[in-house]
Design a protein around this ligand. Sequence first.
Ligand SMILES: [Fe+2]
Ligand SMILES: [Fe+2]
Length: 207
Amino acid sequence: MSPDQLIVEFDRALRTILAPARSMRPLPGAALPDAELPAAQRSHVAGLMRVNHCGEICAQALYQGQALTSRDPTIHDALRSAADEETEHLAWTERRIAELGGRKSFLNPLWYLGSLSLGLVAGALGDKWSLGFLAETERQVEAHLNGHLRSLPEDDRRSRAIVDQMRLDEIQHAETAVRYGAAELPSPAKVAMKVMAKVMTGVAYRF
Ligand SMILES: [Fe+2]
Ligand SMILES: [Fe+2]
């Protein structure tokens, strides 16, 4: 990597972690009224949104790592544009956390570094495995968001609208990865990813 490229990548990382994310699409559910939630429920929802925000920080880092080590320019571009869409998820969850009076995870820089390393490794394994890892990640995120839709209060329509749209986008991301030639990961790898995600979401909910 050239020094110039290194600076660009470093800048991308800093912006993801520190700067407010921007969204091209309007915030899903922006016109919906905010629900009157009891304090405990409000902080539960803020915790769920913190987990989702943290997941989107990880998605940025994964995509960045994978794009850096990807060999095929078409796949490289596809990874970059998927990352742009994840930036919108970052913006939406950030906004909802603020509305709920919550805070983002203290550990975001750590999550970013961990996911970047994982992305670099996945990318280095070659495009079909890298895409396979991506497709599996997106499927697991979809399942995770389904869980959030079960856990979110029925009348918190603003949070639900965001999670709903994210879920639809993640399904698309998985399908794109498959279209570009994702390999199916071996079961032990899938299980390891689930365990890792479980630890991460548990920690991010609290910290
Ligand atoms: Fe996302
Ligand atoms: Fe995604």
